[in-house]
Design a protein around this ligand. Sequence first.
Ligand SMILES: O=P(O)(O)OC[C@H]1O[C@](O)(COP(=O)(O)O)[C@@H](O)[C@@H]1O
Ligand SMILES: [Mg+2]
Ligand SMILES: [Mg+2]
Length: 339
Amino acid sequence: MPEAISLTQFLIEEQRARQHLPADLRLLIEVVARACKRISIAVGKGALGGVLGDAGTGNVQGEAQKKLDVLSNEILLQANAWGGHLAACASEEMEDPQPIPDVYPKGNYLLLFDPLDGSSNIDVNISVGTIFSVLHCPDDVTHPAAEHFLQPGTAQVAAGYAVYGPSTVLVLTLGHGTHVFTLDRELGSFILTTRNVRIPADTKEFAINMSNRRHWDAPVQRYIDELLAGRDGPRGKDYNMRWVASMVADVHRILTRGGVFLYPWDRKEPDKPGKLRLMYEANPMAFIVEEAGGAATTGRERILDLVPTALHQRVPVFLGSKNEVDVATRYHLDADEAR
Ligand SMILES: O=P(O)(O)OC[C@H]1O[C@](O)(COP(=O)(O)O)[C@@H](O)[C@@H]1O
Ligand SMILES: [Mg+2]
Ligand SMILES: [Mg+2]
């Protein structure tokens, strides 16, 4: 049995091996991992813990908050408040960034998170998760505001997600590959279970909310119809479909066995560029997927190259096995050219 390497050991190794991991970034990741452990315990309690159901409040997205959305947000804020590694946090559940109180030492990083991803699945005991992204705080800024978070995805120094499912996993990239850790509940530690995970370039599995089909744009309808046509169609092979409706779970399946995930723009809400949020869903997932050999676009542009304009902006998302993302993206660019 190979030696069990804990997250802390792995980060120390990275620090020694690559000198690209400053001590305060290592500390930040360990603090976020500890917060995810606490959220995993709360999620695991389900109805027994009184954490199911609506919180009775709304968020900046105009969505009704679940109790676990609010609780997970609080757990992440508390865990990161005093650490000395952060300058400010921003969250899906908060309109404005939360600066670190002046009583605590300020750090060099900005942390963005989706505290509970897959909220519609909380009450029905389907996997949910947490997504996070780390940026540098601009040097001369002591009180970061939303504008200081608006950095392209290529500026991320770390990104990760946790899935609270049958087991709790933490997936992490620091820009040198993507690595998977599994929570050993007895030890209470995240243990490295896959180093340098790779997404196969080709796949036979796609993930999209099919109920939106009538609202999709022509390139998406063309792409999905060709997959559904199977081996008798232009793609010449049969495809299977999966949709968990928790981005963390759908992306984790893709990291594990390949696949393509799509949440395109649709006419249901034409003024919204997409459903998913750039800063704390699309950017961290794009960094993780690209570091695992996959691709991530808006259907037209590489997600990580986008220059953000707002903290809670939404984008269309196409990510996963590179060759499928390339086809879906080409269909959009072809359609644009043909216009
Ligand atoms: O309900 P739909 O349209 O299938 O959307 C599901 C998508 O919405 C999300 O739940 C949005 O994230 P939140 O739960 O964090 O708001 C994604 O996890 C998921 O991919
Ligand atoms: Mg989410
Ligand atoms: Mg959420």
